[in-house]
Design a protein around this ligand. Structure first.
Ligand code: ZN
Length: 432
């Protein structure tokens, strides 16, 4: 009998060890070397380097044996960003033409022709509202909308319109036209208005790379593993190197996503798993915003977003931290699954850096999903962050490998439907 006591745990440990070992350092090195190579030119969104990375990821997703997301034929989740330039904006109020300095139209309709009978939503930016917040919120309207702006915001509105005329309205991802009209004291109540606007629209294509493993028992419940493949492209040269390779940020996270995909193909999950490499993170989280809009957040059980796991965390080897740790019991569950190992997940040690909001987990967290980012970055003192020296040579490949192994083990009870993390309280998450 005693022998069994010795042999059984040894067998179990060996089995666990063997499972973890499927995530190999040689593979970590192979994938990182491709994504962080100079010929990827820093993987800047909209640029050839990002496209090259996308093609590589598609091949890797196929080689891993993933399936496209439901309704898709391949791994490329394509969408557009739009650059717009106002050409003409004519507003008539009670029969009188109004200066174009009081009108600002966003959205990607090239031609709008509305009057008071048109089917458009009506909104206001009232005197007591925060102009910036309301503007940001309303610019994302998905329905054609006319917004009457209270004259209390006269100055800010004028400054904003000037900035748009000089620099353009910035990249947009909403297709609905939204017209902002400043109301003045002289306007009084008007019983008729009409608006005609023309703008030049440029479509800019971009894509996430996404695939899935259908769950064996609870296929309608989803767990997400994600990282972002875009980076910041060319930067000011340092010793003749101008390519920001983004090895840590976030080739390391995307490497984890690919290896976790292979791992879970070999160890099929009960819940479905979605694997995503996001685009557009560095320029505003466009990829994760688009991705999130395609899903029902209620069906998403958890998101493991992985950002910058290339170096030792401030807690040393066998450790990483989780952003927004206290917002759900996600971290506790991961910790429980790792109790038999040396690896520990810690709460984010840099709350003042707002890392919870600075990565692709934020969009789904705002919808209540336990969506957290796992990282090891020492963001307060990492001089290579967003520099041309974020290269593979500066990363600790053994450490990356052990972190990916730990993530695989820590996720087991969640992907197998035994544990369901508590939801994030939406009301405590700052909306944009
Ligand atoms: Zn990043």
């Amino acid at each position: 009998m005693r022998k069994h006591y010795i042999i059984l745990p040894a067998l179990c440990l060996t089995a666990l060890f063997a499972q973890g070992q499927q995530i190999k350092k040689t593979e970590v090195k192979r994938i990182l070397s491709v994504l962080a190579a100079d010929d990827m030119e820093g993987r800047e969104t909209f640029k050839p380097g990002a496209e090259k990375a996308a093609v590589f990821l598609e091949k890797e997703f196929a080689a891993a044996g993933l399936q496209p997301l439901k309704g898709d034929n391949d791994f490329r989740q394509s969408f557009f960003q739009y650059d717009t330039k106002p050409l003409r904006q004519d507003l008539i109020l009670n029969g009188q033409p109004v200066s174009s300095s009081r009108v600002f139209v966003t959205g990607v309709e090239t031609h709008i022709n509305w009057n008071q009978d048109s089917k458009v939503e009506k909104a206001v930016i009232a005197a007591g509202d925060s102009f910036e917040n309301k503007l940001r919120e309303l610019k994302r309207s998905t329905m054609p909308t006319i917004v009457w702006v209270d004259q209390a915001h006269n100055e800010k509105f004028g400054m904003y319109i000037k900035a748009v005329q000089q620099h353009g309205a910035g990249k947009q991802d909403s297709t609905a036209a939204v017209a902002f009209v400043l109301k003045t004291a002289d306007d009084g109540e008007f019983d008729s208005w009409s608006l005609e606007a023309k703008q030049e629209v440029t479509r800019l294509p971009l894509c996430n790379i996404a695939g899935m493993i259908p769950g064996t028992g609870k296929p309608e419940e989803y767990v997400i593993f994600s990282g972002h493949y875009d980076h910041i492209g060319f930067q000011k040269p340092v010793e003749q190197d101008s390519i920001a390779n983004g090895a840590d940020d976030d080739a390391s996270g995307v490497t984890a996503v690919l290896l976790l995909a292979r791992y879970f193909m070999a160890h099929p999950p009960v819940r479905s798993i979605l694997f995503v490499a996001f685009t557009g993170e560095e320029i505003g989280g466009y990829g994760s915003r688009y991705f999130s809009r395609q899903l029902d957040p209620e069906k998403i059980i958890a998101m493991f977003n992985i950002e910058m796991i290339g170096k030792e965390s401030k807690f040393g080897k066998n450790s990483a931290f989780i952003t927004g740790y206290e917002r759900s019991n996600f971290g506790e569950i991961l910790g429980k699954n790792l109790a038999a190992s040396k690896f520990r997940f810690h709460p984010d040690p840099y709350p003042e850096q707002q890392l919870f909001y600075r990565s692709d987990n934020a969009t789904l967290a705002r919808l209540g999903v336990p969506a957290h980012t796992i990282s090891t970055t020492q963001i307060d003192k990492d001089e290579l962050y967003h520099s041309v020296n974020d290269e593979i040579e500066t990363l600790d490949l053994d450490n990356i490998t052990s972190i990916i192994q730990a993530i695989a083990t820590s996720a087991r009870s969640i992907v197998d439907g035994k544990d369901t993390p508590t939801r994030i309280d939406k009301s405590t998450v700052t909306q944009r």
